[in-house]
Design a protein around this ligand. Structure first.
Ligand code: RP5
Length: 169
């Protein structure tokens, strides 16, 4: 079952958006990944968003860069939650993407992660899905525990070695 849709404005966004795919794979969540451009394929955008719920998706992750209208336009056409991923643009380093995604008008919410924060978009999507599949809470807790252990191991190693040796290790 494909519960999450990962869409992006261009295949040039894929190196970032593949990080979301990677997290979903780690958690064994079904997903579909494709390109939907708000400006270059507006009819495809409309068709995707209008049918997203009927097609079984629960959450949409939408990455876009520059004049990043994809997440907002999709959100305007569906009741599903949309998580925007602002892609780092060349001209303005992604500030344009971020502002285009977060400055939505009242009534049309889009959640946003950090610039290039596709992995967090996937984690947030899984947290939303956990309301429907409570077993995901345990898996998310495992993920958090692993992160904690990794940081504590690093802190112990740093205390043992001191900064210079740590950097060389
Ligand atoms: C946006 O324009 C895309 O999301 C992409 O980040 C940006 C550039 O697209 P390409 O010109 O690389 O196809 O729509």
């Amino acid at each position: 079952m494909k519960e999450i849709a990962i869409i992006m404005g261009s295949d040039s966004d894929l190196p970032v958006m593949a990080q979301a795919e990677n997290v979903l794979k780690q958690f064994g969540i079904g997903y579909e990944i494709t390109v939907v451009s708000a400006h270059r394929t507006p009819k495809r955008l409309y068709n995707f968003a209008e049918n997203a719920r009927k097609n079984g998706f629960d959450v949409i992750i939408a990455g876009a860069g520059g004049a990043a209208h994809l997440p907002g336009m999709v959100a305007s056409l569906t009741s599903l939650p949309v998580i925007g991923v602002p892609i780092q643009s060349k001209a303005l380093s992604g500030l344009d993407s971020l502002l285009s995604i977060v400055q939505m008008p009242k009534g049309v919410p889009v959640a946003s992660v950090a610039i290039n924060g596709a992995a967090n978009a996937a984690l947030l999507a899984i947290k939303i899905l956990a309301a429907k599949h409570p077993n995901l809470h345990g898996r998310l807790q495992d993920y958090m525990d692993t992160m904690e252990s990794e940081v504590l191991n690093k802190a112990n190693k740093l205390s043992d070695l001191g900064g210079e040796a740590y950097l060389k290790s």
